[in-house]
Design a binder for this molecule. Structure first.
Ligand code: ATP
Length: 501
């Protein structure tokens, strides 16, 4: 009989005995009754040579999922599932491939360096306290799932200091390498509560295909590599393991595409956070706590949200006598949790709500960097400011290769000259370079492939079309030369200044 069963039996007997004692008639001596009621469970626990360690699905912090639970679940399924009598099959996280896991209320054993560990999976049932088995006779449906490891106390050191880190690490690796499809999460409010829903993340963007300044690209890739390998560094310096990137530039310059390329490079999930549908800091906090590690949390068009926050601040200004509104806004003690405020957003960015430092990247995108509150984008919050610019010749060459598979052409010289002083977004260039292949609904794949097959003529046509578009733009620009330069109309930024770390 496994120790858990044995001690569950002893514990049950003790508990029943204790319950009976508490209902003893008064004629039984009061002190004896008190003694038995108090000491019976403690004595049982004292003689119990087994130690029990629980890993709950839900962490102590409200709303927060315990990632250790997932790691142990992955490890046990991998290492011990063949011994389990009850397994469970469900669609995996991608919603397509079935995954086998241990069923609830099942037990498996594992051996490690001479120590035997009994693992119990349960979704509800007895809750144990540190002093020994004390049963909750009325478990509620809402109790989280729990894994309990039981081992002899002589193996305490080896289990706690070696086996557990080993199992958790292995589980973590299994999850990371499971080849699971990544997810794109979006928040919405089906009822009165904000929640995440997800679809498979299948954006094909990669850094190779991204048209941006090569120096800028390399610096960003190096920064990402440093971040993902920096677990120890972040823990040594006592910082949450997160990094913030501000992507700014005119529409269609590839800010969203860059986020997808980052996610694909790092194998991260993406959380596309729509702040406008969140009603309070409390909701924002809840959503944030529900995000998992190894993820990019993206807030697009932060300038629009910033304006909203500023507006609500102004509104309060009219009914407030405080002169320093910004500092009031940033003061967490003023956060009543009833609305999304700048301070709430800053706590979110600073990772104040995540005690454990699991890998998270926060990305803000904006078309109007100048309108952002400096507090929001200061160094340490947004660690890197990356300017995405209009398409210049280097970026064009990447796009020409992506869309037409050409590295050189007789029109390249003219295109280079035109791009030098004409602002066009990579999105517009990409649109011009896309081959038009009159597909019909009933065409088979072969017919489509034949129609879309790139020919020299297609390439010539596309590039000539681009030259035409650029000439038109240049002409239009000449006729409106008096227009003030702003973020959308400004000429190319100085390549070397595009990235600021
Ligand atoms: N730098 C780029 N490299 C490759 N493709 C690009 C680039 N910029 C834009 N594109 C193409 O244009 C499309 C639109 O780009 P994207 O949505 O990433 O731009 P954005 O800067 O996020 O725009 P917005 O500010 O309007 O949200 C993409 O699907 C992609 O095909």
């Amino acid at each position: 009989m496994a120790p858990m069963d044995k001690w569950v039996g002893v514990g049950t007997a003790m508990t029943v005995f204790t319950l009976l004692c508490s209902r003893m008639p008064d004629r039984i001596h009061g002190e004896a009754r008190h003694f038995i009621t108090k000491w019976a469970p403690i004595i049982a626990a004292y003689f119990n040579p087994y130690i029990q360690l629980s890993i709950s699905e839900q962490s102590d912090e409200q709303f927060r999922r315990n990632e250790l639970f997932d790691h142990i679940s992955a490890y046990l399924t991998d290492a011990c599932a063949r011994d389990a009598r009850k397994l469970k099959m469900a669609l995996g996280k991608d919603g397509k491939i079935p995954e086998i896991t241990l069923d609830d209320n099942v037990k498996v054993t594992d051996d490690y360096e001479g120590a035997r560990i009994w693992w119990y999976a349960s979704n509800k049932g007895p809750s144990y306290r540190s002093r020994g088995p004390v049963f909750n006779l009325f478990p509620t449906e809402s109790e989280p799932r729990v894994f309990r490891a039981v081992f002899h106390k002589r193996h305490r050191d080896v289990v706690l200091t070696k086996y557990m880190p080993f199992a958790l690490d292995k589980g973590h690796g299994i999850i990371a390498n499971r080849g699971r499809k990544r997810r794109l999460y979006t928040n919405h409010r089906p009822g009165n509560k904000s929640t995440w829903s997800h679809v498979p993340f299948e954006h094909p963007a990669t850094f190779d295909k991204l048209a941006m300044d090569p120096v800028q690209k390399e610096e960003l890739i190096n920064d990402l590599d440093e971040f993902t390998g920096g677990k120890k560094y972040y823990s040594d310096v006592g910082k949450a393991w997160k990094r913030g990137y501000l992507l700014y530039g005119p529409p269609g310059t590839g800010k969203s595409t860059l986020v997808s390329a980052m996610a694909n490079k790092l194998n991260y999930d993406v959380y596309d956070l729509d702040l406008t549908s969140i009603k309070s800091n409390a909701e924002l906090r809840k959503l944030f706590l529900e995000t998992k590690g190894k993820s990019i949390i993206m807030i697009e068009d932060i300038d629009a949200i910033e304006v909203d926050l500023a507006r609500s601040r102004k509104k309060r200004a009219s009914s407030s006598s405080s002169s320093d509104l910004l500092s009031a806004e940033l003061d967490p003690s003023k956060d009543d949790g009833s609305k999304v405020t700048l301070s709430g957003l800053l706590s979110f960015v600073d990772g104040l709500w995540s005690a454990s430092g699991s890998e998270r990247i926060i990305v803000f995108t904006t078309n109007h960097v100048d309108t952002l509150d400096p507090a929001l984008i200061r160094r340490g919050r947004m660690d890197m400011h990356i300017r995405m610019s209009y398409c210049r010749f280097g970026a064009f060459k990447v796009l020409a290769n992506n869309y037409l598979q050409v590295n050189d052409h007789e029109l390249f010289g003219e295109i280079q000259r035109l791009l030098h002083h004409t602002d066009i977004s990579p999105a517009d260039v990409a649109h011009t370079l896309m081959r038009k292949c009159n597909k019909r609904k009933r065409d088979t794949d072969e017919v489509i492939a034949a129609k879309c097959n790139k020919t020299k003529t297609d390439t010539d046509t596309c590039l000539a079309g681009l030259v035409e578009t650029l000439k038109k733009k240049a002409k239009k620009r000449e006729s409106t030369t008096t227009a003030p330069a702003n973020e959308d109309t400004a000429p190319a930024f100085h390549e070397g200044s595009a990235i600021e770390i």
